[in-house]
Write a protein that binds this ligand. Structure first.
Ligand SMILES: NC(=O)c1ccc[n+]([C@@H]2O[C@H](COP(=O)([O-])OP(=O)(O)OC[C@H]3O[C@@H](n4cnc5c(N)ncnc54)[C@H](OP(=O)(O)O)[C@@H]3O)[C@@H](O)[C@H]2O)c1
Length: 228
């Protein structure tokens, strides 16, 4: 049994990850911004603790750390993410710069904050692993000029996490970047290619196969290598 901390657990891919880890008998620390409104999450059976966390706020991450203390964490999944400003407000012709900063805060800086805050907990974990959910939209070789802020935030988190993987190896913590697929969620929309159930099942398999020999790599939800 692993102890798994998941951000953005109230819906979408994060909810399915919580459900499937729990169904497999793992303990889940299911973090979300608004536990009071997380009705479906709180109704899930299993060893799930629903915890308040706004990943965009350093004091919220610190409050979570106070609650968890130095208890071991085996798997950290940085899943929470936002698209950022409306597509026409993050384009070549118009940019909501405050919105870009917030997108960077949630998609790029929050995963770093989470790892820094919970590194000690991971170091005490068994076979400790971090999975940061990024996107194909952050791949530099994808030359598709849409949602500039979102794409830039995911490209940046790829770089940050790749560097971090080298550092975390000193504590025997492995880290991978995962593109979850184009997923039917509020973010991906109803016409996306795969369901959140399929995405989560693939991610869980890839996380299970994450170790010191493949740390710092970028994969798709189905285990295929992703181009940087
Ligand atoms: N869906 C796709 O096709 C797709 C493709 C590529 C990558 N991704 C990535 O996959 C991850 C999951 O996306 P999804 O499709 O499941 O999206 P989603 O259904 O929109 O869910 C996003 C989750 O992130 C949470 N979140 C946003 N801001 C937060 C904050 N400040 N603090 C804590 N939680 C916050 C949301 O919580 P609230 O309900 O409180 O807003 C929600 O739980 C994201 O990192 C996304 O960028 C998705």
């Amino acid at each position: 049994m692993s102890r798994v901390l998941i951000t953005g657990a109230n819906k979408g891919v994060g909810f399915q990850l919580t459900k499937q880890y729990s169904e497999a008998g793992d303990e889940v620390l299911a973090c979300c911004r608004n536990p009071a409104g997380a009705t479906a999450l709180k109704a899930l059976p299993g060893k799930i603790t629903v915890l308040q966390l706004d990943v965009g706020k350093a004091d919220s991450i610190a409050a979570l750390k106070s609650k968890l203390g130095d208890s071991p964490i085996d798997i950290l999944i940085n899943n929470a993410g936002i698209v950022g400003p409306a597509p026409n407000r993050q384009s070549a012709t118009d940019m909501d710069y405050d919105g870009w900063m917030e997108t960077f805060n949630i998609n790029t800086m929050a995963p770093m904050r989470m790892v820094q805050m919970f590194r000690g907990n991971l170091a005490k974990g068994t076979n400790a692993r971090v999975a940061t959910i990024t996107s194909q939209m952050g791949a530099l070789d994808l030359n598709w000029p849409v949602v500039y802020a979102y794409c830039a935030s995911k490209a940046a988190v790829n770089k940050v996490m790749r560097m971090l993987s080298v550092d975390l190896a000193k504590d025997n913590i492995a880290l991978r970047l995962l593109h979850p697929g184009h997923v039917k969620t509020d973010m991906g929309g109803p016409d996306a290619e795969i369901t959140a159930e399929e995405s989560a099942a693939g991610i869980i398999k890839v996380v299970a196969e994450t170790n010191a020999s493949n740390t710092g790599t970028f994969l798709k939800w189905n285990g295929q290598t992703h181009n940087w």
